[in-house]
Design a protein around this ligand. Structure first.
Ligand code: PMP
Length: 285
């Protein structure tokens, strides 16, 4: 993945893909001091591009890490990267991190905050799950309390248990894992929010200990526009059995149907299909 043609924006300038390197004493590598965004560009337009850039800056603020770029500068960097790599349909990854510098311990007060913007072609996040429904494992780890870690930040530190849970899921033949949170409520998947359907109404966890995804917010708006009742609430594990349909939302995941979570099965029903297709249409408008 590093040995290929292309351009990456790093700290204000374009560098060759192969040269987009950092030092092993990078603070972020040791202490997870990084924040990032995952976005998709459709037909030359990044969906909710400014909102992603605003969230990146907010994630930085939440960990006392001032990112030395404005939303406009991040927007310009994304456009440049897409153009230079000749991409019109792509995944866009923006990452900001505490770099190497005089501080090699936990403090990073004197080290620079750096940023990179990259983009590449990426198909469906869950492979063929859009047709069949993804199979999810139940993670053994719990999403932490907002008093433990800034859960509203899209920060690297929150993904340690995501990678561990995703690997455990893949080893069981699942494509992802669903977390419960520290209180035991249904939370989210490792890189996507979760929705359920029952009796024509939609239920989704309150975003009080999870990332309030931009796709989640978009899909709630789409459901309300259709006059469908959406309950944002705490969902108990024992309720999983009673839900008829389930889907995941995320910038990478888009709207992906779920067919199974642990021992519970869901149908890829009419509303799930409708929302998946309507989202695909909306992002290309
Ligand atoms: N939860 C987690 C843990 C995620 O990584 C993501 C992907 N950013 C989401 C939810 C969905 O967020 P969004 O819709 O803004 O991509």
């Amino acid at each position: 993945y590093d040995d290929r043609d292309g351009k990456i924006w790093m700290d204000g300038q374009l560098v060759d893909w192969r040269d987009a390197k950092i030092h092993v004493l990078t603070h972020a590598l040791h202490y997870a001091s990084s924040v990032f965004e995952g976005e998709r560009c459709y037909n030359g337009k990044v969906f909710l591009s400014r909102k992603h850039s605003e969230r990146l800056l907010k994630s930085g603020e939440m960990m006392d890490m001032a990112i030395p770029y404005t939303v406009d500068q991040i927007e310009a960097a994304k456009q440049l990267v897409l153009k230079e790599n000749d991409l019109t349909n792509a995944y866009v990854r923006v990452v900001a991190w505490r770099g190497a510098g005089p501080d090699m311990g936990v403090s990073s007060a004197r080290n620079p905050v750096r940023m990179a913007v990259t983009a590449w072609q990426w198909g469906d996040y869950y492979g063929d799950a859009k047709m069949k429904g993804a199979k999810l494992d139940i993670a053994k780890w719990k999403r932490p309390s907002p008093e433990t870690i800034p859960t509203a930040a899209k920060a690297a530190g929150l993904y340690m248990i995501c990678t561990m849970s995703k690997h455990a899921a893949e080893a069981k033949g699942c494509s992802d894992a669903m977390f419960f949170d520290y209180r035991g409520y249904v939370a989210e998947a490792t890189g996507a929010n979760i929705f359920f359907v029952k009796d024509g109404e939609v239920h989704t966890p309150l975003p009080d200990a999870i990332l309030n995804g931009l796709t989640r917010q978009t899909v709630i708006g789409m459901l309300k526009d259709r006059g469908i009742t959406v309950h944002e609430r705490h969902i108990m594990p024992e309720e999983l059995e009673s839900f008829e349909q389930c889907w995941l939302t995320g910038s990478a995941a888009e709207v992906t149907p779920v067919g199974q979570i642990g021992d519970y099965n869901f149908e890829v029903g009419a509303l799930t299909k409708e929302m998946s297709q309507a989202y695909e249409k909306l992002v290309r408008e």
